[in-house]
Structures are given as structure tokens and as C-alpha cells.
Design a protein around this ligand. Sequence first.
Ligand code: GLV
Ligand code: MN
Ligand code: MN
Length: 472
Amino acid sequence: MAMRFSIYMLLVLSVYFISNCPVNLAHRNEDDPTIKTMEEFSGYPIHESHFLNSLSSLSVDAETLQKQIDELSSFSDSPAPSVTRILYSEKDVLSRRYIKNLMEASGLSVREDAIGNIFGRWTGSEPELAPVSTGSHTDAIPYSGKYDGVVGVLGAIEAINVLKRSSFKPKRSLDVIMFTSEEPTRFGIGCLGSRLLAGSKELAQQLEKTVDGQNVSFFYAAKSAGYMNVEKLSTVFLEKGSYSAFVELHIEQGPILEEEATSIGIVTAIAAPASIKVDFEGTGGHAGAVLMPKRNDAGLAAAELALAVEKHVLESGSIDTVGTVGILELHPGAINSIPSKSHLEIDTRDIDEERRNSVIDKIYESALSISKRRGVKLSEYKIVNQDPPALSDELIIKAAESASQELELTYKKMISRAYHDALFMARVSPMGMIFIPCYKGYSHKPEEFATIDHIADGVKVLALTLAKLSLS
Ligand code: GLV
Ligand code: MN
Ligand code: MN
């Protein structure tokens, strides 16, 4: 009886998904003999409304999911409620083990690539077709929160559980991916894992000589975390078309969904991020003895450049242009010593790439003119990354939209101002993102919070979207 029930559910769900799937390439034909056979087998006409009832079987185990989010947050190098989880640290390795165990417990076959991108696969009935993928990251910047990225990894594993519990059977295989180092914290560049998956030869070359703030090389750090083949970076690259779709679930990290009491955000585009490193060098000296006209203060050059960043961003005239100086270091860092060296890291983004690029040009001009006027040397001006924006795929947007409608959840289309691994997955696969509200839009700080009900809604929309894409 149990066996018959689950086969029945399988058919009901599969047929429901196929018949309602906006990305279904094969148009439904009422005379289709397969449909007739399915109707005979199930004993029900397959287009009647009671098939909608099967959607209520998409139930999220919210209690377990919350417990997992809390457990994962305990792998942290800063006190709760903050979370700090840096690439290849002991806590990062623990969180990787935790994710792999959960993937295995969900029946996924797990593999890791040379830099530790983790893939958990649910093999579909047509494994030769390009799979559908989903996932996010679990690394966390210093003193951040426990939802950024984590919701898209634990939520993706739970989405698989949801589909398994509802007896759904995928046609295309489904991959859950935990990406290595979405955050730029340790090696100064974000989305290491997804950038490499997208085939960035430039990054692969750069990583051969990259060191962290303690002069530990990328290769050494990766090997210490157990990735002994890390030098074979080109093995990480994916061919374009390796996936038929990639969908990332994430907290919004902005206030719009909460303010508008909307359950789901469907991302149409991801803004273009860029980051720049700047070093100034002056002669330093005694804070009392060197008179003001004789100084060439590297610290003041940095301060002036930070203000110039703000000025150029505001001059763009668009609310979509943003700029931040999140790192500003002075050497030697003594109250009674004029800074002889300064180091800034500048982050600037815009949904409009040209406008963002013109801000970058102006920042460079300011750095040159400040160094000339203050008699300090501009010893480094390096654009670390200058990425284009990415557009979501229309068919994935439609799949997420109809999933939200069928689940009777309010949704809106929106852009992502934060970057995500999805920005780089878009280079090898059609891409889409699903946002959920978070408290006051807080993110990258310990107060980051999302309710388990919102998370569960996001997981359901993800599960249904994956099911539709898997059958397409
Ligand atoms: C991602 O963490 C970002 O900075 O947008
Ligand atoms: Mn983040
Ligand atoms: Mn994130």
C-alpha cells in the first residue's frame, strides 16, 4: 500500500510539475498517450485541481533547519551572536564536514573539487542531461551574522529533502553546491570558488602567488585544510552548459521585502562589483617635531582618497551607485608617529557597468592628484576585480514566479545589490536567485536575522523551482 502511495505521489507530482512548468519545452497535448496512461494508472484525470493539493505536501522541516542554522553558527572565531568563518580556517573545515554529512544523510553523492567547492548530487532519471544546480556559501566575514550564504546551502539541502519526502523524482540530476570563499576576507578577492568554476584563468594564475595578511600562501592554506590537489586549479573549471540552470536562495540583505511585507524576491539582475587596493607612502616622522609644512602624511592621503570615493559615487547622480572604504590601515600605527604608509581597499558597485567604471576612473585620477599634491608616493593602485553585472535567465525567473504563485506567496522582482556566487555561475549556466526578507535588511553584522517562516517559504519556492527546472 505504502509503495503504491509513493508511486502515485510520484506520478501526481511529476505530471503536475510537467503540466504547469513554464519552461517545459514539450507542449502538453491532451491526446498524449503518456498522459492517458498516467491517468489510467493513477485513476485520476491529471489536470484537475486536486493536484494542487499535492503542493501542500511540500513541507519543510523548519525545526531541524533552524537547529542546523544554529549549529553551523557555532563554528565561529568570534563570540555569538556574531559569526566569523574564514576560508580554510579550522572553523571553515568543521563547517565543510558538517555540510558534507548533511548531504550524505540526504542521500546525495558528494564530491569536492581541488579548491573545496562541494557538490552533492541527486541523480535524475536522465543523468545524461545537464543537471540543475543550487547552492551558496558558508564562509562568513569577520563579525557577521549566521544567515548570509548559509540559508542557500542548508536551505538547498532541505529543498532536496522536501522533494524526496513528496516522492518527487528528478529527470535532470540536481546538484547542491557549497562554494569555496564567496567572501573576499582572506585572500582579498570574492567568489573564489564560483569564479574558478566559471573558468577564470586570470584568477588561477593570480592564486599561484597569492598570500593572505599573514603571508600564508593560498596553496599552503588550502593544503592545510586537506586540499592537497589545489595546484591543479584548471580542473575546477566547468564547461559552459555544464548546468541547465543555477538557482541561489539568499537573504535579501536589504530592507525592501520586509518593508513591503513581501515573502519572496525574484532577482532579475546582480549589480556589477569592483574592488581596488591602494597604497600611499610618505616619509613619516615624529608627531611633535616635524612641522606641518614639512610633512607628507600617507594617512591624510588615504583619508582624502576615502572622501573622494564618496564624492565620486554621489556625483554619479544615481542611487544605484555605491562605494565603501572598508579597510584603511596606517603604518606604523602609533599615536605619536606620522603615518609613513597607508593602505585602502575600496569597494564600488552599480547596476550600470559604465557608470561604475567611470567612478573607478575618477578614483584613479584622485589618487594621482592627491599623491602629487601631498608629496606622497602612490606605490600601488590595483584593480582587484572589475566584474560586469549579470542578468537572470527569463525561464528561471518564470519558474520561480509560478512556484511563488502556486504556493500562494507574495513576490516581487528585484535587483541584487550584493554580489553572489550566482554572478559567476551565470557565465556557465542560465542563472536565477530567490530572496527572502531579513530583519531591517541587516547583513554583514551580528544583528542579521531571518525568521524561520520566511526561510521555510524560500525553501519551498526553491524546491518547486528546482522540480520544474529538473523536468524541463
Ligand atoms: C557579498 O558578500 C557582497 O559583499 O556583496
Ligand atoms: Mn556576504
Ligand atoms: Mn552571501
